[in-house]
Design a protein around this ligand. Structure first.
Ligand code: PLP
Length: 386
C-alpha cells in the first residue's frame, strides 16, 4: 500500500506542507483534516455519540472489554492527561517509583513535585532501559512504594522500554502500574490481557494519527471509583470528568469538538489499515528503510537495534566539521521534510519519526533529500565523531 507518493507536499490550502517527521503533531490524512469542516454543538446528541464511540473504541483497542476499565478523555495536550492521571491514580499518602530514561520520565517526576506526592526516581540517563530485575530490587528495598510509573516508548531517544518484564515485577509485588503510552498506543501492542496495567495514558495526535487537542486515560474502574476527592485540580480531576460524562454523555467543560470529530475518523482509518498490527507493520517498514538508508551515509543510531522503536529514531550528528544542524534542517525542509532536534544531554543528535500519514515511499524520498542536503553542506561522510 502506498499512502503518500502521489501527493505532492502541498495541502488543501495551497501552502507547502512538508512531511512532519516528528512525534506529533503529525502529517494527517486529507480525510482527517476534512472531518474538521463541520461545527458541532457540545451538548448535541450527534456530538455525544461521537464521544461515546471514541471512548468505546479506545477501550476495545486496549483489549478492555467488559466493565473492568473506563476511558476518560481530557482536553489539552498529552501532559495534561499525564498530570490528571498521576493525581487520580496515586493516593495522597502513596509513593511512586518513577522509571526515567529521558524527558518524559523526568517530566512525570516534576509533576509529582508539583502535586506533592512522595516519589523516588530510578534514573537511567539518556537512553539505557530500566530492567525488570532493577525494578523488583527497588520495590523489595522500599515497601512504602505503592505505584510505578513507566514511559513505554521514551520519545526523547526513541527507545521502546521493556514494558512486559517491568509489569511482571510490579504486578508480582501487588503495586500499581501507570504507563505513559503516549507515543506507542495504537502502533505497539498494548492490551490489558498482555500487560495488566492500572492506568494507561495516550493522546489524539500520536499513533492514532489525529490532530492535537485532547488526551485520554484508560484505567481500572475500581481505582477511578476510589479516587473521588483525590485530585488537586478542578479541571484535571479525572474522577469528576468521568462522573459527568457517564451521567450526561457530555464533556464537563468545552470539548475540542473538531479534534474529536477528526479523531473519530482517525480511528476508522486505523481499523481500515488493520488496527495495531497494520500500523505497526507500516511504521516498522519505514523505520527499517530509514535506518538502513541513513547508515549507508555513515549516520549511526544512538540505540542498538534491539531497543529501536518503530516510532522515532535518534541519530548522532556527523563529526564532519562542515555539518551544521540548523543548515541540515533548512535543507531538508526546503525539500519537503521537517525533522526534529535531539534531546540528549551529552552528544549532538537529531531525531526522525516514522509516525503519521507517510510510508516507505516517503522515506525513500527523504533519503534522496538527505543525500542532497549533505552534498549542499559539503559533508562527504556522516559518521559521528569518535
Ligand atoms: C508526546 C508525549 C507526551 C505528551 O507531550 P505533550 O507535548 O504534552 O503532548 C508524553 N509522553 C510521551 C512519551 C510523549 O511522546
Amino acid at each position: 500500500m502506498s499512502l503518500a507518493t502521489a501527493t505532492p507536499p502541498v495541502d488543501a490550502t495551497g501552502q507547502d506542507a512538508p512531511y512532519l517527521l516528528t512525534p506529533g503533531p503529525l502529517t494527517t490524512s486529507d480525510t482527517i483534516k476534512a472531518a474538521m469542516l463541520h461545527d458541532w454543538g457540545s451538548w448535541d446528541d450527534d456530538f455525544n455519540r461521537l464521544t461515546a464511540e471514541v471512548r468505546a473504541q479506545l477501550l476495545e483497542l486496549a483489549g478492555a472489554l467488559g466493565d473492568a476499565y473506563a476511558c476518560v478523555p481530557l482536553q489539552g495536550s498529552g501532559t495534561f492527561a499525564v498530570e490528571a492521571a498521576l493525581a487520580t491514580a496515586i493516593d495522597r499518602r502513596g509513593k511512586a517509583l518513577v522509571l526515567a530514561n529521558g524527558a518524559y520520565g523526568q517530566r512525570a517526576a516534576k509533576i509529582l513535585d508539583y502535586l506533592g506526592r512522595a516519589h523516588v526516581v530510578l534514573d537511567k540517563g539518556d537512553y539505557l532501559p530500566p530492567r525488570g530485575e532493577e525494578v523488583a530490587a527497588w520495590l523489595d528495598a522500599d515497601p512504602e512504594i505503592t505505584d510505578v510509573f513507566l514511559v513505554h516508548c521514551e520519545t526523547s531517544s526513541g527507545i521502546l522500554n521493556p514494558l512486559s518484564e517491568i509489569a511482571e515485577a510490579v504486578k508480582a509485588r501487588g503495586k500499581g502500574l501507570i504507563v505513559d503510552a503516549m507515543s506507542s498506543f495504537g502502533a505497539v501492542p498494548l492490551t490489558v490481557e498482555a500487560v495488566p496495567f492500572d492506568v494507561m495514558v495516550s493522546s489524539a495526535n500520536k499513533c492514532i494519527e489525529g490532530v492535537p487537542g485532547f488526551g485520554f486515560v484508560i484505567l481500572r474502574r475500581e481505582l477511578l471509583e476510589a479516587s473521588a476527592g483525590r485530585s488537586h485540580s478542578l479541571s484535571l480531576d479525572l474522577y469528576e470528568q468521568w462522573r459527568y460524562m457517564e451521567r450526561t454523555g457530555q464533556w464537563r467543560f468545552t470539548p475540542p469538538t473538531h479534534v474529536i470529530a477528526a479523531f473519530h475518523t482517525a480511528l476508522a482509518e486505523h481499523r481500515a489499515e488493520g488496527g495495531v498490527a497494520g500500523r505497526l507493520a507500516r511504521y516498522t517498514r519505514s523505520r527499517e528503510r530509514l535506518v538502513a538508508g541513513m547508515r549507508e551515509f555513515g549516520f549511526a543510531t544512538l540505540l542498538e537495534d534491539r531497543w529501536l522503536s518503530p516510532i522515532i529514531t535518534t541519530f548522532f550528528s556527523p563529526g564532519h566539521p562542515a555539518f551544521d544542524f540548523g543548515r541540515f534542517y533548512a535543507e531538508l525542509k526546503a525539500r519537503g521534510f521537517v525533522i526534529y532536534p535531539g534531546k540528549l544531554t551529552e552528544a549532538e543528535s537529531f531525531r526522525i519519526g516514522c509516525i503519521g500519514r507517510l510510508d516507505v515511499a516517503v522515506v525513500e524520498r527523504l533519503l534522496v533529500a538527505v543525500g542532497e542536503a549533505l552534498d549542499a553542506m559539503g559533508v562527504d561522510d556522516a559518521r559521528p565523531a569518535a
